[in-house]
Design a protein around this ligand. Structure first.
Ligand code: SF4
Ligand code: SF4
Length: 182
């Protein structure tokens, strides 16, 4: 076992039942990430976007996650509490199938960075400006094995370079072949 170190896990709890679709979170996020900071706001630049269907009383904030180079093949639908949700709308990825979570001028992917800043903010801006408490912030410390973390980081870098070189499908096929032998 390697050295243990503390790592902070940051979580935003989303209570969609409380969200009223005001979009203050989008405004705050885009202003915080404007250059210079707070010089403008444009929801298209926000790292949180709110699915809004007022006629169905449906408001769901969705946070920008990872960039993906390929869109998925399905367009699934979920029914939750009698309301139908389009899985694509709930997805966090910046993906080729839609404009969401892409910087409107450059087309570069956007990703929520939890408002990382120096010095640290007390809480992310979207949480701070959500006046109805639909967003709440939690920080907790966990202990991680440094050696394990380094190994996982190395593995990820190695896999990414294999994917860049041979393509995702070839790497997936290879992993499937190896796992059949095990
Ligand atoms: S946590 Fe910060 S970066 Fe992430 S969506 Fe909220 S305001 Fe934007
Ligand atoms: S600020 Fe809060 S209530 Fe307004 S849209 Fe965002 S999550 Fe919903």
């Amino acid at each position: 076992m390697g050295e243990k170190r503390k790592k902070t896990i940051k979580t935003i709890h989303v209570d969609a039942d409380k969200c009223n679709g005001c979009r203050a979170c989008e405004m705050a996020c885009s202003a915080f990430h404007a250059t210079p900071k707070y010089s403008s706001n444009n929801p298209a630049r926000s790292r949180v976007r709110v699915i809004r269907k007022p006629l169905e009383d449906m408001y769901v904030p969705v946070y920008a996650g990872e960039y993906t180079p390929a869109e998925c093949m399905g367009r699934n639908k979920y029914k939750i509490d009698g309301k139908e949700y389009d899985e694509c709308a709930l997805c966090r990825a910046s993906c080729p199938a839609r404009d969401r979570f892409k910087e409107p001028d450059s087309g570069l992917p956007l990703k929520c960075d939890m408002c990382e800043d120096v010095p640290d903010l007390e809480e992310p801006l979207c949480v701070k400006w959500c006046m109805v408490g639909a967003l709440t912030y939690e920080e907790r410390e966990v202990e991680v094995d440094e050696e394990e973390e380094v190994k996982l980081d190395e593995m990820e870098v190695g896999l990414e370079s294999l994917v860049d070189k041979y393509g995702l499908q070839q790497v997936k096929d290879l992993v499937a072949r190896i796992s059949q032998k095990k």
